[in-house]
Design a protein around this ligand. Structure first.
Ligand code: NAP
Length: 459
């Protein structure tokens, strides 16, 4: 079956690719395994030189990579440029820190000498999503390659050009052919890959159903997994908060990447004392966003990445409204009549009075749709924030010290950001709890996921 690259702003088919055949797949697998044996023996110094070169390529050609991302999945062009820059950052971070993160750790015991050594696991399969088509891959690949593993990328089927561009960056940076390879295959090939003894471990960033499936297969094979899945992050605003900053951050946090971010703020939980003001300013700001062609620099919100995502989001809103939710702004797909007529555009939307059993309360809305909730106390805010099966990020706005401590302590999430927007940073661990997944990426936690933590004891 061909894999297609389609511009989500226009519907134009940009390019199609044939999926790898059996022989090609076999060649890539055996190359990944062969190269691992040599790559694991290279020094941190040599790996860092290649990783720094990858950073230079990313930075010097960021505009061209950004265009590939925007044309293929619709993110606003400036955000795509920033994504390429952030990838350069994570490459440099691990080039500089990998050795320190993986140095032998002495432990005093009854032995003459005992310590922990961190050794690479082998070929790691990365199943990745389209929404941050470079960043998701680099935040896996930089630590994995620096630790001495080799990588196989099964990217989302709608971003084949991004997938090939990333493979080329590592190759041009000097990594041996086979250290990082893109596999143009559909998700139906993942099981076979996981069952192959040459694949040692898997990381998946994507939806909960995909995570369940991959973890189930990997479980049967007793292979290490890291799962970065969906989220329905709360954004809580208390009376002591700086309201102006909270509103402008709320708009950005909900609409970043056209609303398609796992750590986008999705549920806005606002204390009654300030609710009315927050709601009117938030709705006005959402209404003021410019929706349009993402290659135009002034566009705030571009199209959703695929027609299916648009249809799913539209359905979630319709069902929520039928159940009793109120639309404060938006609530419909946008039908342009110009060259964007074939695009997957949706109005920036705010919903309120959301009933408990509706999708806007329960599920992840992957698009520019905000769900608003009014609460009357701190306890109610926490209870509502935690009333989800997800637990990825959380953002709480308050200038009250004890309240801040309770948010940090009681929010069930992989991260808590106080008076700021949830964002990933190479220096800090990233990941979730509950159905948002397990394991961590980034910082020293990330580089230690795909290593053998070997105990050494010498009499
Ligand atoms: P998706 O449908 O799960 O796809 C993600 C990747 O998994 C793609 O490469 C896809 O391949 C593959 N895949 C899908 N079903 C699979 C299966 N049963 N077995 C093996 N592989 C499978 O997710 P998406 O719609 O692209 O991405 C959106 C989701 O990702 C959201 O829920 C979002 O919150 C989450 N996400 C999480 C993070 C995080 O860090 N926690 C970051 C970004 C996104 P095909 O494209 O070939 O189907």
């Amino acid at each position: 079956m061909p894999i297609s690259s389609i511009n989500p702003a226009t519907g134009e088919v940009l390019k199609t690719f044939e999926a790898l055949n059996r022989r090609e797949l076999e060649e890539k697998l055996s190359r990944a395994a062969d190269v691992f044996r040599a790559h694991r023996r290279t020094t941190f110094h040599d790996r860092a030189a290649m990783m720094n070169r990858a950073a230079e390529i990313l930075e010097s050609e960021k505009k061209s990579f950004a265009r590939t991302m925007t044309l293929e999945m619709g993110k606003p062009i400036n955000a795509a440029i920033q994504e390429a820059e952030k990838c350069a950052w994570v490459c440099r971070y691990y080039a500089e820190n990998a050795e320190r993160h993986l140095i032998d750790e002495p432990v005093a015991t009854n032995a003459t000498r005992s310590f922990v050594r961190f050794q690479p696991l082998g070929v790691v399969l990365a199943v990745m999503p389209w929404n941050f088509p470079f960043w998701q891959v680099f935040r896996f690949a930089a630590p994995a390659l620096m630790a001495g593993n080799t990588g196989l990328l099964k990217h989302a089927s709608n971003v084949p050009q991004c997938a090939l561009a990333i493979e080329e960056i590592f190759s041009r940076a000097g990594f041996p052919e086979g250290a990082f390879q893109t596999l143009l295959v559909g998700s139906d090939t993942v099981q076979e890959l996981l069952e192959d003894p040459r694949v040692a471990a898997v990381t998946l960033t994507g939806s909960e159903p995909a995570g369940r499936s991959v973890a189930g297969i990997a479980g049967q094979q007793i292979k290490k997994t890291v799962l970065e899945l969906g989220g329905s992050d709360p954004f809580i605003v208390m009376p002591s908060a700086d309201l102006e900053a909270a509103v402008s951050t709320a708009v950005k946090a909900r609409t970043i990447n056209n609303g398609q971010s796992c750590i986008a703020a999705k549920r806005f939980i606002v204390h009654g004392e300030i609710y009315d003001r927050f709601e009117s300013e938030f709705v006005a700001a959402m209404k003021g966003l410019r929706v349009g062609n993402p290659v135009v620099e002034s566009t705030d919100v571009g199209p959703l990445a695929t027609k299916q995502i648009l249809d799913d989001l539209d359905e979630q809103v319709k069902v929520s409204v039928a159940a009793g939710a109120k639309i404060l702004t938006g609530g419909r797909p946008i039908e342009f009549t110009d060259e964007l007529a074939g695009g997957n555009f949706y109005e920036p939307t705010v919903l309120a009075d959301i009933p408990k059993d509706s999708p806007a309360y329960r599920d992840e809305l992957f698009g520019p749709v905000a769900s608003m909730f009014r609460v009357t106390s701190f306890n109610e805010a926490i209870e509502l924030a935690n009333a989800t099966t997800f637990g990825l990020g959380s953002s709480a706005w308050t200038n009250d010290g004890p309240e801040r401590e309770r948010f940090i302590d009681e929010l069930e999430a992989g991260s808590v950001f106080i008076n700021g927007m949830v964002a990933s940073d190479p220096r800090l661990p990233f990941g979730g709890v509950k159905h948002s997944g397990y394991g961590r990426e980034l910082s020293y936690f990330g580089i230690r996921e795909f290593v053998n933590v070997k105990t050494v004891w010498i009499k």
